[in-house]
Design a protein around this ligand. Structure first.
Ligand code: CAA
Length: 258
């Protein structure tokens, strides 16, 4: 499928989706989020893909929802045809591992889409923020919910109420990003992480993601119970036999279900 606002390519078992509206700092217009959802559906259906990287340009991962498009929207139109539930949430619903590679601005919806990914690797140039309050609205794609879970109430309130930006170093300290990488090495490190995940057993990686995500939805006792059941079910997989045999035989594991 030909895309206009994103680019899609595969490198081995990694699907790389690059947001590509340079004229608008990758602002997330309807066309872009629709194409993003379609690319993710294609990745989910492709057995050859074990991990996805979602990235943008050097200057911007994404500077938020497209303000020029949002400007003329009204409450009933937004409510009746909720664009966030329809296309944006495709990132949160995506079942395979997905890494956000953030260079430059990740603001508003850009920060929210990055947070829907499993983890964020940031270039030193990354800047995160929820500046919606400066536009007379608040975050609308999960920012008020995922940000406090990621960085705690104090910093989340600070970000959402002042609309200030956080640099990569502060974002790493706060726990919003898993690693900060020098700009020159940035994509190499993101791809290396994605390739490492794509080489694992895909069902095990997907179950791991599902189980970690479950910890944000339920209490500890139920969460640990859920984990134990999933862990035990993995002993029905050939990949568990292979992984443990490979360790005992001092060789690399070759997982079948990839
Ligand atoms: N929507 C639409 N267009 C945008 C945009 C956005 N979110 N962000 C940038 N652009 C456009 C600019 O209008 C400009 O286009 P023109 O050249 O046609 O005027 C182009 O991208 C380049 O932007 P700037 O000239 O502003 O670049 P800069 O380097 O001076 O500033 C910036 C960069 C600080 C990121 C600034 O562009 C900015 O503040 N952008 C808006 C950030 C924002 O408020 N995001 C939240 C959006 S609302 C939202 O996301 C709601 C939600 O929760 C779902």
């Amino acid at each position: 499928m030909g895309y206009k606002t994103i680019q899609y390519k595969t490198e081995g078992r990694v699907g790389v989706i690059t947001l590509n509206r340079p004229e608008a700092l990758n602002a997330l217009c309807d066309e872009l989020t629709t194409e993003l959802a379609a690319a993710l559906a294609a990745c989910e259906a492709d057995d050859g893909i074990g991990c996805v990287v979602l990235t943008g340009s050097k200057k911007a991962f994404a500077a938020g929802a497209d303000i020029k498009e949002l400007q003329s929207r009204d409450m009933v139109g937004l409510y009746n045809k909720d664009p966030f539930a329809e296309t944006w949430e495709a990132v949160a619903r995506f079942r395979k591992p997905i890494i956000a590679g953030v260079s430059g601005y990740a603001l508003g919806g850009g920060c929210e889409i990055a947070m829907m990914c499993d983890f964020i690797i940031a270039s030193e140039s990354a800047k995160f923020g929820q500046p919606e309050i400066n536009l007379g609205v608040m975050p609308g794609a999960g920012g008020t919910q995922r940000l406090p879970r990621a960085i705690g109430k104090a910093k989340a309130m600070d970000m959402c109420l002042t609309g200030r930006m956080m640099d990569a170093e502060e974002a790493e300290r706060a726990g919003l990003v898993s690693r900060v990488v020098p700009a020159d090495d940035f994509m190499d490190v993101v791809m290396e992480a994605a390739e490492s995940i794509a080489a694992k057993s895909l069902p095990v990686a997907m179950m791991t993601k599902e189980t970690v995500n479950r910890s944000f939805e339920i209490g500890l006792t139920e969460g640990v119970r859920f984990e134990r059941r999933v862990f035990m079910s993995q002993f029905a997989l050939e990949d568990q036999k292979e992984g443990m045999a490979a360790f005992a035989e001092k060789r690399a594991a070759h997982f079948k279900h990839r």
